[in-house]
Design a binder for this molecule. Structure first.
Ligand SMILES: [Ca+2]
Ligand SMILES: [Ca+2]
Ligand SMILES: [Ca+2]
Ligand SMILES: [Ca+2]
Length: 546
């Protein structure tokens, strides 16, 4: 299917979205050059291709993967890449070898496949990846979600990993999708939240299709029973305990609506109280009260007021959501205000990220899209299977503007995009993008959009708090402007990101003040002043710059 950008623009205008899709004036520093350069596999050395296992029966897990990650597995200061693949399961027996892939960054723009040596090939029907240093030894570990058994790979600190899933107790039943590491009880150890979707066991493999044509297509999730997500507490001895049973997390079944689980802290017995508030927070359903599909999700402080705003990607006709935080546990969907609703009316979104791609200090947005049903083009006149990527830039008026036409060749194509990770793989301070596609090669986008703007890169190392410093709050003042960011370790879909933070300061010559508010238990505030830009620094909790 050839779904050209021109065709997309025409469709957009037909629904009255011409204003949102108008091409903005190019910023002087990027005049002429595309914002992102698509790095071909022949140039990067990343020759791995996702196998989606598509069958005549159209089993649903075939179309929902895969995820991808930027991580520095060998701690040499250069981002490596992890890619998740399908694998043997109860509905599929591969006829040729299929595996996940770990690519080592050669520091010259190329990568080398080190999967076999590292021992991280997977072996289950993989979906997503979440990277976190769960044992606080300074080396990133890898968790993989699956249709079937999950995998926890512990980093052996010598370029190899050990499958410690069984000891850890993290096999997690059923079909799991996105996962994220965070320290919910502030004991300095990363815990793990794992999303689950629907019950897709042998008995539930329904055939959906058209009897007249004899075609099977992917069943809509509505026909399956939703399953609850899991929260695992890190016990600190290499084992984890599921602690979501009996809480609102276990009562919330996948696929019916969006959920927000608020951590209300420990009760008298020390057990963390989780309160699900999506309905009163006005993020459960659309403004019309309709449930939406909700695939990719991210949190970020879009308007720099110190409160986390949300983004949720949905399927076509539902439009994506930009949820502005009203600072009272409610949100307002402002997707129309930003032109995001108009631009996404016909799209289905998965990987996505709020990030400041041009280092002007204001958060921007990238969206990776694709319809889950490969036969959608037969049933819909407007919606296509492969869809374009979308790039939004935040202007001085605080609004996100669609700048996809300036994005470069990748934004002129269509993909079955799923996972999306951000990370600075060439250490130039401009955050690059990796997109995982279903049944295709990953798409690597080198960022050329930040030239002319200054930045400071931070590697934060917790001492009392979790070593990855997830939950740290970063405030920086430059050129008379104060900005802030909450360091999380998630967002997007099935994917995991460069753990470093790049602070954009535009034309300012230095960062005048930098404050790191380390998370509990210390809650220490560390202040640094007069920092020269355009370099990465390593800050250790309580010790300053290493
Ligand atoms: Ca590395
Ligand atoms: Ca913990
Ligand atoms: Ca920006
Ligand atoms: Ca870069």
């Amino acid at each position: 299917m050839n779904f050209s950008r021109r065709g997309f623009l025409r469709l957009g205008m037909a629904v009255g979205a011409a204003k949102a899709l108008r091409i903005p004036v190019q910023a002087p520093e990027t005049a002429g050059a595309p914002l992102f350069h698509e790095v071909a596999p022949s140039s990067s050395g990343i020759n791995w291709v996702h196998e989606n296992a598509m069958s005549d029966n159209r089993y649903l897990p075939e179309t929902l993967g895969p995820g991808c990650a930027f991580l520095d597995y060998d701690n040499d200061g250069w981002m490596d890449i992890y890619l998740v693949n399908s694998g043997p399961c109860d509905f599929w027996t591969p006829t040729k070898p299929v595996r996940n892939a770990l690519y080592k960054n050669n520091r010259d723009g190329t990568f080398t496949d080190v999967t076999e040596k590292a021992g991280v090939g997977g072996g289950t029907f993989g979906m997503g990846v979440a990277v976190g240093d769960y044992d606080n030894d300074g080396w990133p570990d890898i968790f993989i979600t699956s249709y079937g058994r999950c995998i926890l790979y512990k980093n052996n600190r010598d370029g190899t990993f050990a499958d410690v899933t069984d000891k850890a107790g993290l096999a997690a039943p059923g079909w799991t999708t996105s996962a994220v590491w965070f320290d919910f009880d502030n004991d300095g150890l990363l815990d793990l939240f794992i999303c689950s979707f629907v019950d897709y066991g042998a008995k539930q493999k329904l055939a959906c299709g058209d009897n007249q044509l004899g075609n099977h297509y992917y069943c809509i999730p509505r026909v399956f029973r939703g399953t609850p997500s899991f929260l695992y507490h890190n016990n600190g001895n290499g084992t984890f305990s599921e602690v979501s049973k009996g809480t609102d997390i276990a009562r919330a079944l996948g696929k019916v609506q969006n959920f927000v689980f608020v951590n209300r802290g420990p009760d008298a017995s020390g057990k963390t109280r989780w309160e699900e508030i999506a309905l009163q927070a006005e993020v459960a359903f659309s403004d019309n009260g309709q449930p939406r599909s909700g695939m990719g999700v991210d949190a970020g402080d879009l308007d720099n007021d110190g409160w986390q705003d949300l983004f949720v990607a949905n399927v076509d006709q539902e439009m994506f959501s930009v949820y502005r935080n009203n600072k009272n546990e409610t949100f307002t969907d402002v997707a129309h205000l930003h032109g995001v609703a108009q631009a996404t009316r016909l799209l289905s979104g998965w990987g996505l990220k709020y990030f400041d791609y041009d280092n002007d200090g204001a958060i921007d947005l990238i969206l990776a899209n694709g319809h889950p049903d490969d036969m959608i083009g037969r049933y819909s006149r407007q919606v296509r299977y492969q869809e374009p990527l979308l790039l939004f830039h935040q202007g001085p008026d605080g609004k996100l503007k669609n700048v996809s036409t300036e994005g470069g060749t990748a934004f002129e194509k269509t993909f079955s995009a799923r996972g999306l990770a951000v990370g600075d793989y060439d250490n130039d301070g401009a955050i690059d993008v990796l997109i995982a596609t279903n049944a295709g090669p990953p798409v690597l986008l080198k960022n050329n959009a930040a030239k002319g703007n200054n930045w400071l890169g931070l590697k934060l190392e917790g001492a009392a708090c979790n070593r990855d410093a997830i939950g740290a709050r970063i405030l920086w003042k430059a050129g008379g402007k104060l900005r802030q960011r909450l360091k999380n370790n998630g967002g997007s879909y099935l994917s995991s990101h460069d753990l470093r933070e790049v602070l954009g300061i535009g034309a300012a010559a230095q960062i005048d003040e930098l404050e790191i508010h380390w998370p509990a238990p210390s809650k220490r505030i560390e202040k640094l002043t007069n920092l020269a830009p355009n370099r990465y620094i390593h800050i250790i909790e309580g010790k300053g710059i290493a």
